[in-house]
Structure formats: C-alpha cells, structure tokens
Design a protein around this ligand. Sequence first.
Ligand SMILES: Cc1cc2nc3c(=O)[nH]c(=O)nc-3n(C[C@H](O)[C@H](O)[C@H](O)COP(=O)(O)OP(=O)(O)OC[C@H]3O[C@@H](n4cnc5c(N)ncnc54)[C@H](O)[C@@H]3O)c2cc1C
Length: 504
Amino acid sequence: MPHRIVILGGGTAGWMAANLFVRRWPSDKVAVTLIESPDIGIIGVGEGSTPTLKRFFELIDVPERDWMPRCDATYKVNIRFAGWSPQSGIDSYSHPFVSQVDTHVQSAFMVNCRTRRLGLDVRTQPDDFFLNGVLARQGKGPRAPEHFPFVVDYGYHFNSGLLGQFLAELAVERGATHVQTRIADVERADAGDVTALVSEDGQRYEGDFFVDCTGFASVLMQKTLGVGFRSFKENLFNDSAVVMPTPVPETPKPETVSYAMSSGWRWRIPLTSRFGNGYVYSSDFISDDDAETEFRAALGTLDSEEPTRRLRMRVGQLEKHWHRNCLGLGLSQGFIEPLEATALLLVQVTVELFMASYEEGNFSDRHAGEFNRKVDDRFERVRDYVVAHYKLNTRDDSEYWKANRANMVLSDSLRHILDAWYRRKDLSTEIQRQKLESHFGTLSWHCLLAGYGAFPPIAPNQPGQGDHYEEKGVERFLARCALNFASHGDNLAMLGGPDTTDPS
Ligand SMILES: Cc1cc2nc3c(=O)[nH]c(=O)nc-3n(C[C@H](O)[C@H](O)[C@H](O)COP(=O)(O)OP(=O)(O)OC[C@H]3O[C@@H](n4cnc5c(N)ncnc54)[C@H](O)[C@@H]3O)c2cc1C
C-alpha cells in the first residue's frame, strides 16, 4: 500500500503541493489525492511572485513557454514603491530582484549607503545599482540570451485562477487523484489524528497524512484540530482589500507598482490580459465604502459600472504549522499582507521543508518540532521586513501613516537591524549574526532602508567625492549589460515561438 496523502483545497497552495509531491514521490510509494469544492471556490487573488516561483517551475520541470501564455503571465523584475516616503524627497524607489551579475556592483551600493549614513552626498537609490532596476526603467524583459554569462533572477505576474487550472491538469497527468466535492465532516482516531474526510454526500476519503489548503477557513488545522492562531494585527494594521481589473497596454513594464494610499496601499500588477489592481487597507482607519471610492478615483473608474470585489484578510500564523498528521499550507497556515508578494514563497518553503523533514523521519512526525520552529521563524522574519516598510514611511497626510510610524510593536530582530543601521554599524554583520540571509538578506535590507531615504541630513561640508557609483562606473557597466536584453514585449512574444534563450 502506498502512503496516502490527502490535500484538502485546490487553490494555488493545494496544487503547488500536489505537483511537488508527485514530482518527488512515485505513485507506488505515495498516493496523492486533492479534494476541492468548486462551490466554495478559490480566493482568486495573489498574482505576483518572487523568484522562488521560478525555482518551483524548475523543480517540477515545466518550461515557461508551457505555462506562461496559458496563465496570462508576464515577467517581474522588481516592485516599485511609489509615494511611501515623500519627506525624504523620494517619489518612488524599486526593490529589484538581485541577480548574479549584481555581485559586481553590490559592494558599490553598500559602500555608498555607508558613506551616505555619515552624511555625505552620494547616490543610494537601489534602482541605479542593480541590473533588474535598469531593465525595469528601460521596459526590458529579464530573459538573458545564451551568450550572457550570468544567471538573472526574476519573478512573475499571472492570473491565479488560470495558474490553478494549469497546475491541476499537470498534477493529475502526473498521477494525482482529483476529487470535486465539499467536505462536511472530519473523522479522527481516539488519539486525535485525522483518519478520513467525509463529503456532503457521505463519501469517505481516508488518508495517512492530510494537508490543509482550505484558505482562511483552515478547516483541518484550526476548526478540527484546534491549533491556535497568532495574529500580527498589532504589527500590521491592514485587514481588508478591494480589487478590480483595468485595461493594460500591449507591453507593460515588467514590474509591480505599490502606490501609497490614505489608509494603505494599492497594487498594480500587469498581466497580458489586464492590470490586476487592489487596495489593501485597514478597516480601523477607513470604511469599506470610502476605500472603494478612493480606489476607483485612483484608477479613474469612478463612473465605471465594473464591479469591485471586497475581501477580508486574516494576518498572522498558526501556532503550529504541522500538528499530528496534518500540515497547514497557504492561507490556512497564515498570511502576511501582500506588500512583498511572499505568500507563494512561504508555500514553497513550507512544502520543501516538509518533504525533507517527512522523508528524514521515515514518513513520521519525528521532525515536526524542528520544522515548526523553522517555518515559524520564516513567517516572523518576512513579517518584520514588511513591518519595516510601514515603520520607515514619511507620510503625514493621514492618521494611518502616522500611527504606522509611531508603532513600537517591533520584534527584537527588527529593532536590532534598525539600531545597527542608525548607529552606522555594519548591517551585513548584524544580518549574519541573526542568520537572516535566507529570509530577506543584506542587500534587500539596504534597498529598503536606502529606498526610504533613512539617512541623516546631508552634511554642510562635503569632503571630496567618494561616490562609488561614479568611481566604479556602475552606470556604464549596467547599461552595457542591459544591451543584451530584449524588450519585455519581445520576451513575451518569444514564449509563443521557438525557445532561443536560456531560462536558467
Ligand atoms: C488581497 C490579497 C492579495 C494577495 N496578493 C498576493 C500576491 O501578490 N502574491 C502572493 O504570493 N500571494 C498573494 N496573496 C495570497 C494568495 O492569494 C494565496 O496565498 C494563494 O492564492 C493561495 O491560496 P490558498 O490556496 O491557500 O487558498 P484558496 O485560494 O482560498 O483556496 C482554498 C481551497 O479550499 C477549498 N475548500 C475550502 N473549504 C473546503 C471544504 N469544506 N471542502 C472542500 N474544499 C474546501 C476551496 O474550494 C479552495 O479550493 C494575496 C492574498 C490576498 C488576500
């Protein structure tokens, strides 16, 4: 008998897990069943990724030309934050995905950040120092031609419904069983483990291990097993969103833009078929109706008949991600608001860690404790990075932004990072001391802090040059690298034709 794993929920999280499982474990060893209810449906947002999604497709061995056109996908080289720090004179800054090629110029960026922290007037905008920042500005795509000697990292934008359908077909083709029904009851053994899921029409689905991918409902982890939930509401105020699509130009820039709003922020995500837009806000600071009006005004759709969709978000994480014979995954395990588009990254990290721990424990829960500590830490450190965006904002136009800046509910880890920065210590040493490189690493923290202009005033006396942007010829180097890249439109068009570029 193969070991039976039952996944409950067919959103992106459920289908990502199903694909990773069937890819790793042959069906005579592990039988994977995914149950989902079309009546309940999926959340249908979540359309931006980090480069981890690129690794996901590499792991399951699916080339871009197979999935991207089917999912209306575009490339993503960075997130641009617009209007978050007006007092520092910065209209917008980008957090580019860092690539291998950037190792040649990253030290110039870090040195300049250090010099600027001493009050000297040197260039520190992250967009200027990273290849992806330059590509975004030029509207170029990130697919490197074969002769380009460096790996370029990037993420994607995609339609989440279409991605779910694609992944469902693939998982079934590769051996997963797909059941469409609503689960109404859960059976448990005397010791407490889940033994079977029971559908509305009385069918029983037995399993040895269960993965809860039921979204915010968290049917198995919270409702059945009673696992506690640790809210991040005190750190992150946003709990709501309103979403609406708008038309997209033929060749959009390969970037997500995050615009600051009165009580939150608004994303603009380019797909090939539309812009996905959403206003993420705190219901403590604005009503749903006022948020929608502000959102429509920003999109220029005040007179449009097109309906919006409103969502509530539960921000925080489970006290245990793996409990008994169940794993929480996706929104059911927790959620950090979507500012850095990290939800699918956390799905993938969780599944990869789980598979390794489960195998190492010979398909037992022997390593569940260590696994839980690692995933818990991952969530908290991602949360800290998102919190830092709010803490460093310099907006004074609403109580929301002032309250975020004044919020002192910060983890020790975040306090130490900010302390090191403002005391002009070496940030890399602090990041290494905290072993944070696998979360948001040194460069990401430099991008964030420099992007917000978190520097002392420029000193009146400037002793000489010392600008490594100039001295190291960063502009010329990156401009020459960028010459190798085609426009974003050409990159997308290539997906329909023969593949002549190196996707690695
Ligand atoms: C406003 C917002 C913006 C976001 N933006 C991003 C982003 O840019 N990037 C990113 O990575 N993530 C983002 N996310 C998160 C992302 O949407 C989710 O992580 C992703 O869609 C995965 O969702 P899921 O599969 O966990 O849950 P869902 O999509 O909600 O799927 C739940 C599944 O469980 C099934 N189900 C539930 N109960 C039962 C039952 N009783 N019986 C049978 N089936 C059941 C449903 O039918 C469904 O198939 C965002 C989230 C929100 C709220």
